[in-house]
Write a protein of this length. Structure first.
Length: 486
C-alpha cells in the first residue's frame, strides 16, 4: 500500500531521505499486483462490494491485505483507505463528492466496484438538494477509469514519491483535525512528521514585497528556525518564498502548503526551493499530483497554513491581498495573529495596518517578543522544547483516552494501540461498525436497532472520547478505534 493504513507514510530513511529505494520498489510491486501481496493486477479493479459489517472483503480472502498487521485494525478499513485514495486522484472528486459517494453506496470500495462495471449512479448520498447532489458526467467517467486501473494510480503516486494520509489513518496530522472540514485525503512529499513538531509559525504576505518586506520575512523566518520553530507558508513568490528559503538557510524545518498538485507545486522559479523543502520538511496539499491551481484552491490552501500553525505572522500585505484571507482565517480559528505595521503610508502594508486597527491582532516587532507571548522558552541544549500550541485543543486525544487503564501495546510497525475506554452497549455496537469503515446515521440505526435519540447520544459520547468524527453525512472511526477493534 502507498502509505495507507496503519503504516501511514513510508518511513524515513537514515539521513532524512523520505523513501528508501527498497521501500518504493515494494510499494510499486504491491500497487502493480505482486502475487505475494494480494494487490491489484495489471491495473484491473480489485475493489469489491462490502458484505455485512465485520465480514472480510474479497481483497482479504487469501489473508490480510498487504502491509496490515492482523492485530492492528480491521482489514475492511484498510481497503477502504486505499479506495479513498484512488477516488481522490480523480479530477472533480473533492471532500463533498467523496463523502456523498460513500453515503450513497455504503463505502468507497463499493463505489469503485460499481464504477469498474459501469454501474455507478450519478446521485450523491446525504445531500438534501437532489439537483446539487448529481455527479457530473465527466467526473463519473474519471471515476470509472480510476476503478479500472487502481494499481496504476497508486503506482504513479509512488513513482513521484508522494505519500498519502486519510481521515481513516491514525497518522493523520492532529493539527488539521481542528478544521471544520479537514481534507479527507492529504497528499505530500518530504517528511510528514514535520506537521507534528511542537512549535510552528506561519509567515505570510504579499507576492510583490518591497525590499524591506522581503528582508523582514527572511529575518523572522531565520529567527524562528534558530529557536526550533517550524516555519509554515504557501510557496508563493514574494514573502512566502523568502520565509521558506531563510528557514532552510538557518538549518530549520519548513512546511509548504500548496494549492495545486505536486507535479506543479508552485511557480517555476521555486522548483529548486521546493526540492530543498522536501529534503528538510514537507510539501503538502489536498489535490492529486496532476491537479492545476485555480482561484478557489488558494483560499482552501490558506486554511491548511493556519491549521498547521500555532501563530500567524503577516509581514507585508496591501489592502487587497491573499494574505488577508489567511489572517481572517486565523482569527476565525482562534490562532494568534501577529502583524507587522510597516512604514506609515506605504501601500504594500495598507492591509496590515487595517488588521491592526480593526481586528484582534498583535503588533509584530520581533521573534523574541513573539516567542515570549506564546510562552515558548529557548530550545534546551539537548534539543528538547517546552511549550507549544497554547490554547489550541488537541482533537486526537480525549480525556477519557488519556486516562484509559492499562499500558499501550505496540504493533510491529511501531504504532501504539491505546486500550479503548469502557464503552456502553450502544457505544460498543457503533464502535464495532465504525471499525470496519464509515457509516451514515441510517446505517448505524439499522446495525444497532437503537432509537434515534439513543443513537445520537451514543455517537456524541464516542466523539467526546475521540473515537468518532464526522465527514459530511458520514461518521468515521477515530483515535484508538483506528488501531483496535472493540
Amino acid at each position: 500500500m502507498l502509505g495507507v493504513g496503519l503504516f501511514g507514510p513510508l518511513g524515513p530513511a537514515p539521513g532524512g531521505t523520505r523513501h528508501r529505494a527498497a521501500e518504493v520498489g515494494d510499494v510499486r510491486a504491491r500497487a502493480a499486483g505482486d502475487p505475494q501481496t494480494g494487490g491489484p493486477r495489471d491495473g484491473r479493479a480489485s475493489f469489491s462490494p462490502p458484505g455485512p459489517a465485520g465480514a472480510p472483503a474479497a481483497e482479504a480472502r487469501s489473508g490480510r491485505p498487504a502491509g496490515i498487521h492482523p492485530a492492528s485494525g480491521h482489514p475492511e478499513l484498510a481497503e477502504e483507505r486505499q479506495a479513498w485514495i484512488v477516488l481522490a486522484t480523480v479530477d472533480g472528486v473533492g471532500e463533498r463528492t467523496l463523502a456523498g459517494l460513500v453515503a450513497a453506496h455504503g463505502s468507497a470500495r463499493h463505489a469503485l466496484w460499481l464504477a469498474a462495471r459501469g454501474r455507478l449512479g450519478r446521485a450523491l448520498g446525504g445531500v438534501a438538494d437532489g439537483r446539487r447532489g448529481i455527479i457530473p458526467a465527466a467526473t463519473i467517467a474519471g471515476i470509472e477509469r480510476a476503478a479500472r486501473e487502481p494499481g496504476a494510480r497508486l503506482s504513479a503516486l509512488a513513482a513521484r514519491g508522494v505519500w498519502t494520509l486519510t481521515l481513516l489513518d491514525p497518522d493523520y496530522p492532529r493539527r488539521l483535525l481542528t478544521l471544520l472540514s479537514p481534507p479527507p485525503v492529504l497528499f505530500g512529499q518530504g517528511d510528514a512528521r514535520a506537521m507534528e513538531t511542537p512549535r510552528s509559525v506561519a509567515v505570510v504576505g504579499t507576492r510583490r514585497p518591497s525590499p524591506g518586506g522581503r528582508w523582514e520575512a527572511a529575518r523572522t523566518a531565520a529567527g524562528l528556525a534558530a529557536r526550533g520553530v517550524t516555519v509554515v507558508s504557501g510557496l508563493a513568490v514574494g514573502i512566502d518564498g523568502a520565509a521558506h528559503a531563510a528557514a532552510l538557510d538557518a538549518g530549520g524545518m519548513t512546511i509548504a502548503a500548496i494549492g495545486s498538485g505536486h507535479a506543479r507545486p508552485g511557480p517555476a522559479a521555486h522548483r529548486g526551493l521546493a526540492e530543498r523543502i522536501r529534503a528538510s520538511g514537507a510539501v503538502i496539499g489536498e489535490l492529486p499530483p496532476d491537479a492545476h491551481a485555480s482561484r478557489g484552491t488558494y483560499p482552501r490552501r490558506n486554511r491548511l497554513i493556519v491549521a498547521l500553525a500555532d501563530a500567524v505572522v503577516v509581514v507585508e500585505a496591501p489592502a487587497r491581498s491573499g494574505a488577508l484571507i489567511t489572517a481572517h482565517l486565523a482569527l476565525e480559528q482562534g490562532v494568534p495573529l501577529c502583524v507587522a505595521r510597516g512604514q506609515e503610508g506605504a501601500e504594500r502594508s495598507a492591509g496590515c495596518r487595517a488588521l491592526l486597527d480593526e481586528a484582534s491582532a498583535w503588533p509584530f516587532t520581533d521573534v523574541t517578543s513573539l516567542c515570549d507571548s506564546m510562552g515558548w522558552r529557548a530550545v534546551a541544549a539537548d534539543g528538547s522544547q517546552e511549550g507549544g500550541r497554547p490554547g489550541r485543543a488537541d482533537p486526537g486525544l480525549s480525556p477519557e483516552e488519556s486516562t484509559a487503564p492499562g499500558p499501550p501495546t505496540a504493533t510491529p510497525d511501531g504504532h501504539e494501540i491505546t486500550p479503548l475506554p469502557p464503552l456502553g452497549a450502544a457505544e460498543r455496537m457503533i464502535a464495532r461498525r465504525l471499525a470496519g469503515g464509515p457509516a451514515t446515521m441510517d446505517e448505524l440505526l439499522a446495525v444497532t436497532g437503537a432509537a434515534p435519540g439513543e443513537l445520537a447520544a451514543a455517537l456524541t459520547l464516542l466523539q467526546l472520547r475521540g473515537l468518532a468524527r464526522t465527514l459530511g453525512p458520514l461518521y468515521l472511526p477515530a483515535g484508538s478505534l483506528l488501531l483496535a477493534v472493540p
